[in-house]
Design a protein around this ligand. Structure first.
Ligand code: FMN
Length: 323
């Protein structure tokens, strides 16, 4: 058993989190993570309507009686979804943990607090983590530059970001980005984190509802097989290397604007990758940690292996260095 402030305060068994993942954070994956003793997040916006989110939460409840949460990612958008209604669906469904990401969670915090919901805010810098602590979130999940999805614009990797955050913050910290195994977990704990968050690793598990070819591609990919798109727009996203992501980077380098890549990066194209296994249909998030992933385990196999190996890394390898 690994016990930390995070497992204690969030009421979970192991300090391992499956972060929100668009098109991936569905009931089966989240329940599998929960049943294995980790903390899984249903991704609210993967559900087309707040009513569908209520059904997805109910479906997860049928699959597990352990705690799980919902991720609410609020990114700038031309046609914003009805966030208030999604939040109401979460609160009325009785979910007790929310992962916020993409923007300042302050407007919704009073509602979460009133409902007794614990908020884990995901951010990419110490200054944003400090702000989140100040406004009253219960924990922060901090993504280093290695991560899949949005690493921010500071380009600070976890080896620096996590201890810098640990030095500055009082609330529990979850290290995110670049973690796939016990070594990453133990390293994160050594750096001052109270737990780890993984995206790409959980994307490549049996229960993740994406096409088998995507999982096989993650296994085949190395740590060099990602691209950073939207750098020129200061909205960087780390995605898997493929024809489309390379083309987007090329267009940006030649001075292209969002309009020039809009069709290539459309969500519907990315969805085709996950549903049909057409790996070059669009962009899809994946991190540098692909280089550490070489199998497609169940969530239970993954989490128990990480915990058991972490215990022996601490008890055997690390303690053997102490003279
Ligand atoms: C396919 C995919 C989709 C993601 N979608 C979201 C999302 O909608 N909201 C969010 O907060 N993070 C999202 N993330 C980021 C993860 O929650 C997590 O922070 C990140 O993957 C950590 O880096 P790692 O992949 O190196 O573990 C996504 C990641 C992946 C791989």
């Amino acid at each position: 058993m690994l016990r930390t402030r995070f497992t204690e305060e969030f009421g979970i068994e192991h300090p391992i989190v499956q972060g929100g993942m668009m098109w991936v954070g569905r009931a089966e994956l989240v329940a599998a993570v929960a049943n294995a003793g980790g903390l899984g997040f249903i991704t609210a916006l993967t559900q087309p309507t707040p009513e569908d989110l209520r059904k997805e939460i109910a479906r997860a409840r049928e699959l597990t009686d352990k705690p799980f949460g919902v991720n609410v990612t609020i990114l700038p958008s031309i046609n914003p979804p009805p966030y208030e209604e999604y939040v109401r669906a979460i609160i009325e469904s009785g979910v007790k943990i929310v992962e916020t990401a993409g923007s300042n969670p302050e407007p919704f915090l009073p509602y979460y607090k009133e409902a007794g919901i614990k908020v884990l805010h995901k951010c990419t810098s110490v200054r944003h983590a400090l702000k989140a602590q100040k406004i009253g979130v219960d924990g922060v999940s901090i993504d280093g530059f290695e991560c899949a999805g949005h690493p921010g614009e500071d380009d600070v990797p976890g080896l620096i970001l996590i201890p810098a955050a640990a030095k500055a913050l009082d609330i529990p910290i979850v290290a995110s980005g670049g973690i796939a195994d016990a070594r990453g977990l133990v390293a994160a704990l050594a750096l001052g984190a109270d737990g780890v968050n993984m995206g790409t690793r959980f994307l490549c598990t049996q229960e993740s509802a994406v096409h088998q070819k995507v999982k096989e591609q993650i296994v085949a990919h190395t740590e060099r097989d990602t691209q950073l798109i939207f750098r020129t727009m200061r909205n960087t996203a780390r995605v898997a290397d493929n024809e489309i992501s390379r083309k987007v980077v090329e267009i940006e380098a030649a001075g292209g604007t969002f309009e020039d890549v809009r069709d290539l990066v459309a969500g519907a194209r990315g969805r085709r990758v996950f549903e049909e296994g057409d790996l070059d249909a669009g962009i899809w998030s994946a991190g540098q940690v692909q280089g550490l992933i070489d199998d497609i385990p169940t969530c239970d196999e993954l989490i128990s292996r990480m915990v058991t190996e972490a215990e022996s890394l601490i008890n055997a390898r690390l303690s053997s260095f102490v003279a």
